[in-house]
Design a protein around this ligand. Structure first.
Ligand code: ADP
Length: 380
């Protein structure tokens, strides 16, 4: 018990010694100042010198008291880290060195990447450390599993277009030189597959950069209504066979990365095109939903099955791979949109019914940037 107190008491002793040294210095300086002032005033005013001396003495005593408390506060603040180190050292000294060695050996024996590997010391006193290490192990294994799955899914996705390109290249080398039909078909297929592969690689790079925190993010003042108007203009031109509608009459100012949010809005518009038939109507909107800035894309397409709803933001998830292949989807669009939206502190609201349609809204709660005169409206 005596030993336990030794280290903090050293810190306390250092603290006390430092404090007394500073106090003595202050007192000496004060006495010197007092002496100088007394001699000066006695020489200038020989009669009032005595009472003046008393006033100065009282003022000095007051000042000394203030200095005393100031020094105490300062010394406590300065020596707090030292006290903490002393405390930690004292806690560590509780452990018997043999126990620490067995803990070291147990940690060294764990393979952090093998699934289910856990630290086991069998010592009740080390249980706190054991559960903290096991929690860290569990999170490391989870993230490693996710990374491995991502790499294996990505390789699998890239294998298909590569195989198709290789197949068409073989076909062209055999028959393409003589047969013009084969030549045109081969060139078109290679063009389309390489475009798909380019999109896939760009999306994979985006997610990999996002995972390692290397995606440039430049938030600035922007207007969601203006952004949706631009997306509307683009899609009216790119996909004239859908009936596009725009509901973005009032400004919806926010602080956001305009390029990234536009990419998320384009993903929603792309999906609306992919999962509807020609002639379907697609509505783009921007507004405040209960004071929260929001943009949304609504279609009257195939909708999403109830059981798929919780997976649509998963990487490489596709409800209908066959349809997806035909439409050129990669299963990464919504994962990227989710990364972007979460980077802005926002979230999604998905409303969908099979064979009826889908509305995906992005809500971006922020500190009020809303103009005074804009009444609350809801995007449909
Ligand atoms: P993809 O590139 O395959 O569209 P996404 O990540 O964008 O990948 O979407 C994931 C899945 O969510 C899609 O494969 C589709 O099944 C479903 N989905 C997304 N948007 C819609 C929509 N508007 N209508 C119906 N299904 C949708």
């Amino acid at each position: 018990m005596k030993d336990d107190r030794r280290i903090p008491s050293i810190a306390r002793r250092i603290s006390r010694a430092w404090f007394f040294r500073t106090l003595v210095l202050f007192i000496l300086l004060d006495l010197l100042l007092l002496f100088l002032m007394h001699s000066m005033f006695s020489a200038l005013f020989p009669r009032e010198g005595g009472s003046f001396f008393l006033i100065v003495l009282a003022a000095e005593a007051g000042l000394l008291l203030i200095q005393y408390f100031a020094v105490i506060r300062k010394s406590r603040k300065l020596l707090r880290p030292l006290e903490q180190v002393a405390q930690t050292a004292q806690e560590l000294s509780h452990y018997d060195p043999a126990k620490l060695h067995s803990l070291e050996d147990a940690i060294a024996a764990v393979n952090p990447l093998s699934t289910g590997a856990r630290l086991k010391t069998g010592d009740r006193e080390l249980q706190g450390i054991e559960s903290a290490v096991n929690d860290l192990l569990r999170r490391t294994q989870e993230s490693y599993r996710e990374q491995t799955r991502f790499v294996s899914d990505a390789s699998h996705e890239l294998r298909t277009p590569i195989a198709v390109i290789q197949g068409y290249a073989d076909m062209l080398s055999r028959w393409g030189k003589e047969d013009e039909k084969v030549l045109n078909e081969g060139i078109a297929a290679i063009q389309s597959e390489s475009a798909h592969m380019k999109t896939l690689v760009e999306q994979l790079l985006f997610l990999a950069r996002g995972d390692s925190g290397r995606n440039p993010f430049h938030p600035a003042q922007m207007d969601l209504s203006e952004m949706m108007r631009e997306v509307y203009d683009e899609y009216c031109m790119i996909c004239p066979d859908r009936r596009w509608r725009l509901r973005a009459d009032l400004p919806v100012p926010i602080l956001g990365d305009a390029a990234m949010l536009k990419q998320a809005a384009r993903t929603l518009a792309d999906n609306a095109v992919k999962y509807t038939d020609p002639g379907a109507s697609i509505t783009l909107s921007a507004a405040f939903r209960e004071d929260v800035p929001c943009f949304a894309v609504q279609d009257n397409g195939i909708g999403i099955k109830q059981e798929d709803m919780s997976h649509i933001f998963d990487r490489f998830f596709r409800a209908d791979p066959a349809r997806n292949r035909a439409t050129g989807g990669t299963g990464l669009g919504l994962s990227i949109a989710k990364w972007i939206v979460e980077k802005h502190g926002g979230y999604f609201d998905v409303f969908s019914r099979e064979n009826f349609g889908t509305r995906i809204s992005v809500l971006l709660p922020q500190k009020p940037l809303r103009p005074e005169n804009a009444p609350p409206t809801s995007p449909e």
